[in-house]
Write a protein that binds this ligand. Structure first.
Ligand SMILES: [Zn+2]
Length: 548
């Protein structure tokens, strides 16, 4: 796709931003800042609570607004300031959840110039002196408004002394003062302050709500934006209306007429989905040369290696959703959906699961590596290598069908575990770990692991397992201690309710059954049973590669 349209390559060939119109340009995020609670997206529960509090005249002296960045905390704070100070078009109104927006206080607050509504950013005013200024001013009555309102953004940034100074005022606040605190990190706000605030948690805005909002804005701006582009922007905004509007702003500035999904993708560094799907196909087919060529090609086009890995992860996620029959993601193109459905029908959950883990690990390495491109190549080669290993289910099938399993493929764990295992002197596989415990004088722990535990993840020195029955309370601790004693390394041992393999005991039974079945299927054995219908297969030995 990228090769067809030079504009989407991000090579600076795009149209320059359009010349400014007659009126001064205002960024969308500011232009469409909500001016009433109706316009606040996705915070219905909070608005209802607030409305009730205003109606019953039960407003706290201090509010704490929490939520991710750009979700509308400061906008909400200003709306509350308006709600408290609105006097209505006729100048006679009281506090209301529906501030009129036309009276002097409403207009002044909206324009950020009301003398009794003070906004302070704690990120740049962290000290006790900054707070002291407020505390001094608090004692005087409001100049013109009903309430003096102090909006303190990023309040968690205040110093300990500043908080202490503030606390005295919060304990005995004058009746005409309201504090509105906003924070992205509520856990950093002292409990003493928290306990004196009415708290409102602003919810992360869903991608659907954001996309709908952006569609409205685009329409008001008279700009044509593809629905897929809106969905992409909404997803990239990660719950933040402000961030999403900034992206939309840029996209509109770049697009000559209208905004396409391709433009947005290039702009926010999402690599070409077609290339990603191609790459995933090559990985699954085990085509190392082809895969590396795609990586190089994308890199030359300016796609970050991490973006490639993220794209692959998104694809795997898309395949998983298709497999479980999840709702359709509006950010997916038609081709994408078809490809995902096709893969979903061909890949087992075990393979998808392993792909996800390997790619996720790869992404972690790429983002921290000094050489991201090389790290990405290594990560993808590992995926190819691992995909050559049959998953336990396939191993069973092959055993059952009598097909020879290459010796190198018998290792149940991914090669990463092996590599790490060698370095740590830890066994290369979970089964090996159980043997180590058996031979290391911990047969009881070994038996528990062998019989009653499903393996979720084995990445020495980390083990995640799913207990299939109640294990003794000290199991985890004892196991970690035993492993440390036997390998000389600290292990992370944890119970998990993630997707687990069957317990080793179960796997061995299944393998034995499959083997027994395949023996029974042998023509000569079949013939024997036909001749002696009452015979039983008591025991058998194998002469070929099938000995497990
Ligand atoms: Zn008003």
């Amino acid at each position: 796709m990228a090769s067809e349209s030079p504009d989407s390559l991000g090579l600076g060939l795009d149209e320059p931003p359009q010349p400014a119109k007659a009126q001064p340009y205002r960024v969308l995020a500011r232009k469409y800042r909500p001016q009433s609670f109706d316009e606040l997206i996705g915070q219905d529960a909070m608005v209802r609570t607030l409305g009730n509090a205003i109606k019953r005249d039960r407003l706290a002296h201090a509010f704490l607004l929490t939520g991710v960045r750009g979700v509308g905390k400061t906008s909400t704070a200003r709306l509350i300031a308006k709600a408290l100070n609105c006097i209505g078009p006729d100048g006679q109104g009281g506090p209301t959840i529906e501030p009129c927006g036309v009276c002097e206080p409403c207009v002044a607050i909206a324009e950020g110039r009301h003398i009794d509504v003070v906004e302070m950013d704690a990120a740049s005013n962290t000290g006790v002196d900054d707070v002291r200024e407020i505390i001094e001013a608090v004692r005087y009555a409001a100049v013109s408004a009903r309430y003096k309102v102090y909006i303190i953004d990023e309040v968690h940034m205040l110093s300990k002394n500043a908080f202490n100074a503030l606390l005295k005022t919060l304990e005995e606040p004058p009746a005409h003062v309201k504090f509105l605190f906003a924070t992205t990190e509520v856990n950093k706000v002292p409990v003493t302050v928290l306990s004196r605030c009415q708290r409102f948690d602003l919810r992360r805005i869903s991608a659907e709500q954001l996309a709908a909002h952006f569609a409205e804005v685009a329409e008001k701006e008279g700009v044509e934006v593809e629905p897929e582009a809106l969905a992409l922007i909404a997803r990239a905004a990660e719950g933040s209306a402000r961030d999403g509007l900034s992206i939309l702003d840029q996209a509109i500035a770049h697009g000559a007429d209208g905004v396409t999904a391709d433009q947005v993708r290039t702009m926010i560094g999402l690599s070409d989905r077609g290339a990603i799907r191609n790459l995933l196909g090559l990985l699954l087919a085990g085509d190392a040369q082809g895969a590396l060529a795609v990586v190089k090609e994308q890199y030359d086009l300016g796609v970050e290696p991490a973006a490639l890995l993220r794209g692959l992860l998104e694809s795997v996620h898309g395949i998983t959703r298709a497999k479980v029959g999840g709702a359709v993601d509006p950010a997916q193109s038609h081709e994408e959906r078809e490809a995902y459905a096709d893969w979903a029908s061909r890949l087992s959950y075990a393979v998808i699961h392993r792909l996800w883990q390997l790619l996720l690990k790869g992404l972690g390495e790429v983002t921290t590596a000094a050489m991201p491109l090389e790290a990405a190549e290594m990560a993808l080669l590992r995926v190819i290598h691992a995909s050559e290993l049959p998953d336990p289910g396939m191993l069973m099938e092959k055993l059952a069908s009598g097909e020879a399993v290459p010796a190198a493929s018998r290792a149940p764990a991914a090669p990463t575990a092996e590599e790490q295992g060698t370095m740590l002197k830890a066994p290369p596989s979970f089964a090996g770990l159980v043997d180590l415990l058996t031979n290391g004088g911990k047969p009881h722990l070994a038996q528990m692991l062998h019989d009653f535990v499903g393996l979720v993840r084995y990445e020495p020195p980390a083990l995640a397992y799913r207990p299939l029955k109640q294990l003794a309370g000290d199991f985890e601790r004892d196991l970690a201690a035993a492993l440390k004693a036997l390998t000389g390394t600290n292990w992370t041992v944890e119970a998990s309710d993630g997707e687990a393999e069957p317990p080793l005991l179960e796997q061995e039974k299944m393998a034995a059954d499959a083997l027994r079945q395949s023996v029974l299927e042998e023509p000569i054995v079949k013939a024997a049973f036909e001749a002696f219908p009452d015979a039983e297969l008591a025991d058998y030995t194998l002469k070929d590669t099938r000995s497990a």
